[in-house]
Ligand binder design. Structure first.
Ligand SMILES: CNc1ncnc2c1ncn2[C@@H]1O[C@H](/C=C/CNC(=O)c2cc(-c3ccc(F)cc3)cc(O)c2O)[C@H](F)[C@H]1O
Ligand SMILES: [Mg+2]
Length: 214
């Protein structure tokens, strides 16, 4: 049967990237998406903003919602200090299987805990399963209508502390209007918009960085 786009992306990584070299894996995926097939990775322009926020926060506890093929997982994990691991949630087994291989190809498997399942089910389990008290950094890039319910879940589960940073992809395209209204209106968050473009296109998009004020 015909391969899937994530499988073709993995093939492109195995063909064009250097094993153990995260930068070459990132470049191979960006090249594939620019010249072969568009895919919903955060991409190089927004990815650079992601890099700068991760570097600034230098988090000890990290969560990503929506692994997809692992592109942003590789971008984040490559910047983490030794001994720090990122937890990434993906509920589609086929995506998780590809992501696992792309993360391993980058040599970052020891810095990533990929959990198969839905954020709605897994967020309440973070404390008991992974010994997390609070997250320093959260990257939201899963179904856009789940950003708001999930941030409320973080609050209810006591997973945010004064200074926790949430970075949300696609707040313009496809758009997350309810989430944006919530973080921008709530007195409990300090929010800032980083303008950019939809990955591999000229369409306007951007990232919203929201700091929990406690
Ligand atoms: C709901 N809880 C979940 N828990 C675990 N994994 C999940 C959950 N929900 C989804 N997943 C998992 O997270 C991924 C989903 C990513 C969704 N991303 C997008 O739709 C998305 C769309 C565009 C886009 C823009 C313009 C256009 F013309 C077409 C597309 C651009 C983007 O950057 C995106 O991120 C994965 F597929 C799904 O299994
Ligand atoms: Mg996205």
């Amino acid at each position: 049967t015909r391969s899937t786009r994530p499988q073709r992306m993995l093939k492109a990584v195995q063909k064009n990237a250097t094993k153990g070299n995260p930068k070459s894996v990132i470049s191979a995926i960006d090249y594939f998406c620019k010249h072969s097939e568009w895919a919903m990775n955060v991409g190089d322009e927004k990815g650079s903003i992601l890099d700068s926020v991760v570097t600034e926060v230098n988090p000890s506890t990290v969560l990503e919602l929506g692994t997809y093929c692992g592109y942003s997982t590789v971008r984040i994990a490559r910047l983490l200090s030794p001994g720090t691991k990122l937890i990434t949630l993906e509920f589609n087994p086929a995506n998780a299987a590809v992501a696992k291989q792309i993360i391993a190809y980058a040599g970052l498997q020891d810095k990533v805990i990929l959990v198969e399942g839905s954020s709605g089910d897994l967020i309440p389990q973070m404390k008991e399963r992974f010994g997390i008290t609070t997250f320093d950094f959260i990257f939201l890039d899963h179904w856009k209508d789940r950003y708001l319910p999930d941030i409320k879940l973080f609050e209810e589960c006591g997973l945010l502390r004064k200074g926790s940073v949430l970075l949300a992809d696609n707040v313009i395209c496809p758009g997350t209007p309810e989430y944006l209204e919530y973080v921008r209106k709530s007195p409990r968050y300090e929010s800032k918009y980083f303008p950019a473009h939809l990955e591999y296109t000229k369409v306007e998009d951007g990232l919203e960085k929201s700091v929990f004020l406690g």
